[in-house]
Ligand binder design. Structure first.
Ligand SMILES: Cc1cc2nc3c(=O)[nH]c(=O)nc-3n(C[C@H](O)[C@H](O)[C@H](O)COP(=O)(O)OP(=O)(O)OC[C@H]3O[C@@H](n4cnc5c(N)ncnc54)[C@H](O)[C@@H]3O)c2cc1C
Length: 312
């Protein structure tokens, strides 16, 4: 009998790789350093983006063998504010993104994927420390901190909605957002290093601004923090180990969308192992152009000042 495929990290990238491999009949073990999946998150709402391809992300995931067994609501648009709080409404016939929950709750994306992995026969091993050179796929999340986020989750009225504010004093070179789905709300501010030492002040201001703008009810708020990174590696195979998701720097440079690219990179890693295809060739064909565009957007966005934001 051959050795199992070993995956380090049970986030969306590692779990997707594991599900695809196990559905192909391979023995798979996933090692997660926490005692359960989703502990990096706080039951906050996140968007599974659906605008970077013409096809639907859920269809793309279904083709790789991933089902929707988690909270997942289509959003056809939302409102974007510039730093002067001038609104722009975005509406689309096709969902712009799907709202998912991240964290330890039953309906979270993380728990849904863990459930699918278990059903496919994957062995999930918690609280076990493994070295990267003992595994085949590295899916350990961010390797550094290029952006930080601070936020709250809270209870509110059940009307689903999404708002984003770009740049300005509340999110230097970053953005803030307010998302509501099924009576659960998330407000967060995301900043680059120039705003790291002001993050708590930025969050306070963000909550206050959304309250004043929208009159939103905020009940039982719970605070949290997060971080992320992005980068373009020349190769995402290190010493023979395949890196997926944020462990490979795969994330949108501008607005931090990383779930879809993490899951698709996991499926490509599985495909590479199953069919013996070069992983770098697969991810570069699927993401490289998109990542270069998002890097250019980030450089432009970082260099803009308020007047230019208003124009944008
Ligand atoms: C506040 C915040 C908001 C976000 N909002 C969005 C959004 O709206 N839309 C979007 O698309 N993306 C969003 N992202 C980014 C998105 O969450 C990530 O890109 C995505 O989770 C990456 O998946 P991953 O599997 O690569 O890594 P992770 O989700 O970080 O999973 C990595 C897993 O590996 C485990 N691990 C780490 N080290 C080890 C080790 N040594 N051994 C074993 N296990 C280990 C961790 O505990 C974790 O479970 C957001 C991120 C943050 C922080």
């Amino acid at each position: 009998m051959s050795d199992p495929v070993r995956v380090l990290g049970a986030g969306p990238a590692g779990l997707t790789a594991a599900i695809v491999l196990a559905k192909h009949g391979l023995e798979v073990e996933v090692y997660e350093r926490q005692q359960r999946v989703g502990q990096r998150f706080h039951d906050d709402l996140q968007g599974l983006e659906n605008w970077t391809t013409e096809g639907d992300v859920l269809k793309e995931l279904a083709q790789t063998g991933i089902e929707v067994n988690f909270h997942c609501r289509p959003f056809l648009g939302g409102r974007i504010y510039n730093p002067s709080l001038k609104p722009l409404d975005v509406n689309s016939a096709k969902p712009v993104f799907y709202m998912v929950k991240r964290g330890i709750s039953d309906a979270s994306l993380d728990n849904g994927l863990a459930q699918q992995a278990i059903e496919a026969g994957v062995q999930l091993v918690f609280k076990k420390v493994m070295l990267k050179n003992e595994v085949d796929i590295v899916a350990t999340g961010p390797r550094g901190t290029r952006v930080i986020a601070a936020g709250i989750t809270f209870k509110t009225d059940p009307r689903d909605r999404a708002y984003v504010m770009i740049g300005g004093n509340l999110a230097p070179q970053g953005y803030t957002y307010l998302l509501v789905s099924d009576g659960l709300g998330t407000i967060a501010t995301v900043v680059t290093p120039s705003g790291f030492n002001r993050i708590h002040e930025c969050l306070e201001g963000t909550i206050q601004t959304y309250r004043e703008l929208l009159g939103i009810a905020i009940e039982d708020p719970k605070r949290w923090g997060g971080y992320g990174n992005f980068g373009i590696l020349s190769s995402a195979v290190e010493d023979g180990r395949i890196c997926v998701g944020q462990a490979a720097g795969f994330q949108d440079f501008l607005f931090g969308f990383g779930i879809r690219i993490a899951m698709i990179s996991g499926s490509l890693a599985a495909r590479s192992l199953i069919h013996g295809v070069d992983y770098d060739r697969l991810w570069k064909a699927r993401f490289l152009a998109m990542m270069r565009t998002s890097r250019a957007n980030r450089l432009m966005y970082g260099g803009l000042r308020t007047l230019a934001y208003n124009f944008l």
